[in-house]
Design a protein around this ligand. Sequence first.
Ligand SMILES: [Zn+2]
Length: 419
Amino acid sequence: MSFSFDITCESKPGNGDFARTGVINTPHGSIQTPAFIPVGTKATVKSVLPESMKDLGSQALLANAYHLYLQPGSDILDEAGGLSTFMNWPGPTFTDSGGFQVLSLGVGFKKVLAMDSTTFRSDDVIAHKKERLAHVDDEGVTFKSHLDGSMHRFTPEVSMQVQHQIGADIMFAFDECTTLHNTRVYQERAVSRTSAWAIRCLDEHQKLTQSRATHPYQALFGVIQGAQYEDLRRGAASDLGSMTTSGISFDGFGIGGALDKEALGTIITWVNQELPREKPKHLLGIGAPEDLFVGVENGIDTFDCVLASRIARTSAVYTMTGRFNISNSRFRRDFTPIDEECDCYTCANYTRAYMHHLFKGKEILAATLATIHNERFIVRLVDQMRSALQGGDFGELKKEFLGRYAAKPVSSGDKIPLS
Ligand SMILES: [Zn+2]
């Protein structure tokens, strides 16, 4: 089986205009959408067994091409039979292209991605006082490995070769991801660069698909950039949405880069009005509960984010009544589960007091149990949105959830989907 996307329900009164449910079919299985895709950056969701990810309802996992290229090397994943076999995850997989790492390890080093557009805008404050780890030019990106300092070069062609070797079911085109701090001129340049790279990705993808015809089909998603600018976002979406070369076009689309939290729904709407309706849309690196509602109601089919697992390792846990820190002393003698309403393995078997003890004692199990809970919470929340869409009562679910979820302000650092 190759790749397909079927829309199963849309345009129900009570849901958003673009909100829909569907099924993404891949050679490694199907994904009921909308769906949250947990991140296993280096072919592992940190501290959690693949079996546990399946048990908590994860339908697919997303790994990172940049990290796997550097370690262990994408050729090793190829030899192993691809990402799925290598990591013993039988379901569908995604890889992101490495474009975001270009930002986080290079030009945008130490800068905050998105969510606050009120501060300064400049392209020059990049990597202040730090050695720049990456240099972007029109052909690609030269970067220094954060592991051993060795020099490497990613071009659209190299990104496609690396992602084909890794073998995920869904790959992303190599893009230049910017921040809200970059100037308008820089954003324009990044959008046109991403467009030129998109064509090269499609060409290389087609060559590799033909030369590796014995491998399962891998789908390629184009990535829409353009920061907070309507003309740039619309232009990028209509450009990539209609892009055809070597007889092929993109199988779906990712919405990436700088996304101001307040403008998230507006930006997704602009993009959706330009992109082909029948293709799946993925929102890159967004995973806070309130943002997931905005994404789904505006037509996003899949999401990925490291937030759930990253904050779990720092003892922050989600509950239906908000997020809190389990290492707070008030939980020392609290023998109830993290969240009474949660159906995860952790909540079925362990108490807040035990979780508190594990974090205080710096026990490795703390990360495992907290990650299982947080990933289940987010996966289940999006599953509930999917059911609500089918029943036409998404608006009610949103109102009820957000009314109870007294979200504390999240520090800007949490918003960096750095893998
Ligand atoms: Zn739980």
